[in-house]
Structure formats: C-alpha cells, structure tokens
Design a protein around this ligand. Structure first.
Ligand code: SF4
Ligand code: SF4
Length: 434
C-alpha cells in the first residue's frame, strides 16, 4: 500500500522542541522526542493547527509553487472564495479574477460556483436518502479525516457528496473539453487557504481520484497577485458566483442555505471535537445538520491565509450582500447523482489499542492504571500532550514511565534515600556487631 501523503510537515532545523504544538493537536498526533517535534503520520489529519501555533515556523504545508501552471498549456485557476477576502475592498472580485489571468492562468473557475452546485446536490441527496441525525457536512476535509480516525462510527452521518473544489475542477475540465481543448492539456489548480485540501487531493476520500492537478497556497500567490491588482482595472470580467457561494468561506455559510430547522455551525477544531464527542455519546439528536469547520471563523481562518480572519469574515459577508443570494439551478445536463461519492470511506481506527478486542480491553485497563499513577498535570514535559497520552504511549511500548519528570524525580529521590540508608550500614567486620 502506498504511504499516506501528508501536507503538514516539520522543518526539523527550525524546531526548538518547545512543546507548543503537541498541546493543540486535536488527535494527539505530535510528540517531542530528542528535542524535536515528531508527527505520527497515522493520526495526523492535516488540520494545520500546529502550523498556526508554531512561532518558529517549523511546521509548514507542502503546496505547489505558482510555476507549476507552466506544465500545462491550459491552466485553470480555482480560487477558493476565501481568496476574495484577502484583499482590501477597493479590489473587486472581477479584478482578482483578471489578476489571476494576468499571472498566466488560461481560465478562472470560481469555487464559489462549485459551492452553489454542492448546495443543490446536497438538498437533492437528502430528499432521497435518510441519514442518521444529526447529518454532518463533508465540506471540511480535516473534519472528515477526524471522523475517519477518531469517530469512525459517525461516518454514516456524513453526507456523501463531492466538495465544491472537486465539483469545480470536474466542471472546469468538462467545459474546456466541450470547447475543444484536449483535456490532458488542461491543468486545474486550487488556490487554497487550507492544508487539508492538499492532502484531500493526494489522498481523496469518497472519490477514486481527485480532478485537481495542483494546490497553490493563498499565502504564496498573494504577493504576485497583489502586484497584478495594482495595475488591473475593474469591469473587464463578469464574476459568475453569487454571494451564497462566496459565503461558504465563513462558518454558517453552508448551513444557512439548507432547508433545515435546527443547524449547528461549529468552528475551531477543539469545538468540533466537543460536538463530535456529544454525537458519539448519542446526544444532539434533535439537531438536523452540523456544519463543522476546523478553522476559527471557517476557511477565512485557514492556515494558508494572510489576512486577519475577522476582517476576512466581514469582507466575505459584505461580498455576500453585494452579489446576492440567488444563483442558477444546476444545469439540467448534470444529474445531481454525478456528484455523489463513488467510494465508501473505510473507518481508520488508529486510536484503538489492539485489533484483538480482548487484548485491547486488557491494554485499556493497564493504561488506566498507569494513568492513575501519573501526576495528572498534563505539563507536556515528557513530550506527550497529556498524562493519558503518555500512559497510552507506555502501553504501546513507545515510552517508559520515567519519561515523566515527576516520576523520574520520585525514583531518583527514592534511590538517593536508599543510598543514604545503605551508606549508614557498615559491614560487621568494621562496624557494630548486629
Ligand atoms: S511548536 Fe512544535 S514544531 Fe514548533 S518549535 Fe515548538 S515543538 Fe517544534
Ligand atoms: S475550515 Fe476550511 S481551511 Fe480550515 S481545514 Fe476546513 S476546509 Fe480547510
């Protein structure tokens, strides 16, 4: 089996082993060993939280450079709606699209249009399929992977339809092919706020192969695009996406378009974990739909963005107002089912202690005992995020009890006391008779 690709990687030289990142990782996928962070591949969901918290910039997302578009005669840009929020309101959406064309893209296909289509596909899907409540959005690939590794029992709640990015990529290719361009010469590039999207292109979930040929970080294209905007006049291009599609960039943007009575829009991976915990415990059954986005504020808070996410949110809301909420119906030539997932997402329970249930139970008991004996301070000095995570590492054979500095001190103190005691005990040949 091919190794799982991860977008989020560590630049070892820059890592100071400060342990900041281990505490914020929602799947406890990071340890500090020999003074450097180490990502446990099977657990990482590429949410980018560690990129955000590392002040030493030791974590980064592997994305493609802008030059990659030269590999295709007909490169198409798929700007995430978040891109529009990165620039001052004095730059209009049509200028941004023109700026992308000036950078060498042959065509621009707005992902906000893909979001409008996704909305309609989603409604159609739910008209004909009953899913257990609450139904969970599949829009955020980090949340989807989180469900796969930490809450596999909730996979059946997820709506199995393609993401706006995939829908846009497929339609962009189709459009150019219909216009007579050889499809193998068309390269489609997502302009991304998101590290998890890079992973979802390399290791797609729900579809066999991604239609996206490369992912360029917003933070990388920002400078060249800004330089273009300064000399690009507004008015030459008609943007096609509505405010509804653009609104998907912020939390609540998806759910407000859906015909549900009770929806929860949850942003920030720690909050999403709390809500998924509740669903796993059988709570929240009265909620119809949950939109969970890993980043605070939604994709405007993505790890590959430049702008302050609060400002970006306001800009997206203003754009939504400006471009209105009505958008065209999915063109009749497309059956909505064309955008349903074709592949089942298999559970990936990397967190279970053993495949054998009886052994897993035994290990869990040992884990609980070890955990109880640890100080419970969750200080991170051992390189694991919590005392429980250290106990788990011990059970898995990846750590030992004296990795805990308190346990080590206890052992050293105990040893010292015994040494002192021993030193007072002289052999009868030179000491007192016993
Ligand atoms: S936050 Fe993590 S990656 Fe960054 S320096 Fe600290 S330990 Fe290393
Ligand atoms: S909220 Fe958006 S940017 Fe953040 S991980 Fe999810 S899809 Fe990516």
């Amino acid at each position: 089996m091919a190794a799982y690709f991860h977008s989020v990687t560590l630049e070892k030289d820059k890592c100071m082993g400060c342990t900041n990142c281990i505490k914020r990782c929602p799947t406890e996928a990071i340890r500090v060993r020999e003074g450097k962070a180490k990502i446990i591949d099977e657990r990482c969901i590429d949410c980018g939280e560690c990129i955000r918290v590392c002040h030493n910039h030791a974590k980064r997302a592997l994305t493609d450079p802008l030059e990659i578009i030269k590999a295709y005669p007909y490169p198409v840009a798929l700007p995430a709606p978040t891109l529009y929020s990165q620039f001052s309101h004095k730059f209009k959406v049509d200028q941004i699209i023109q700026g992308l064309l000036n950078l060498g893209f042959f065509r621009v296909w707005e992902v906000a249009r893909g979001a409008e289509i996704a909305t309609q596909v989603l409604v159609k899907y739910l008209e004909n399929h009953a899913l257990p409540k609450p139904v969970i959005s599949a829009a955020c690939p980090a949340v989807l992977r989180l469900i796969q590794v930490r809450y596999p029992e909730l996979l059946e709640h997820v709506i199995p339809i393609e993401s706006p990015m995939e829908i846009s990529a497929r339609l962009a290719k189709k459009e150019l092919e219909e216009e007579g361009y050889p499809v193998e010469q068309v390269g489609v590039f997502f302009i991304s706020p998101c590290a998890a999207k890079v992973t979802s292109v390399k290791n797609p979930l729900g579809v066999k192969k991604s239609q996206v040929d490369g992912v360029i970080a917003i933070s990388d294209i920002y400078g060249p695009l800004l330089a273009q905007l300064a000399s690009t006049a507004s008015g030459s291009i008609q943007p096609r996406a509505s405010g509804a599609g653009i609104g998907w960039a912020v939390i609540g943007g998806e759910s407000r378009l859906l015909p549900f009575n009770q929806t929860l829009s949850v942003d920030g991976i720690a909050n999403v974990v709390r809500v998924l915990d509740d669903i796993a415990m059988g709570k929240l059954k009265e909620v119809d739909f949950i939109e969970g986005l890993a980043c605070m504020g939604g994709c405007v808070g993505g790890p590959l963005t430049i702008e302050n996410s609060y400002l970006s949110k306001t800009r997206i809301q203003n754009l939504s107002k400006k471009y209105g909420m009505s958008y065209p119906e999915v063109a009749p030539e497309f059956a909505c089912s064309e955008f349903f997932w074709t592949e089942k997402i298999e559970p990936c329970s990397v967190l279970v202690l053993d495949e054998d249930l009886a052994l897993a139970m035994q290990k869990l008991e040992t884990l609980d005992e070890i955990h109880k004996a640890l100080p419970g301070l969750d200080c991170g000095s051992c390189g694991a995020p919590t005392c429980r995570a250290l106990a788990e590492d011990i059970v898995r054979g990846l750590a030992v009890e004296i990795d805990c500095i308190f346990k080590l001190r206890e052992k050293v103190t105990d040893l010292a006391e015994r040494m002192v005691e021993l030193s007072s005990k002289l052999p009868p040949s030179i000491g007192k008779p016993r």
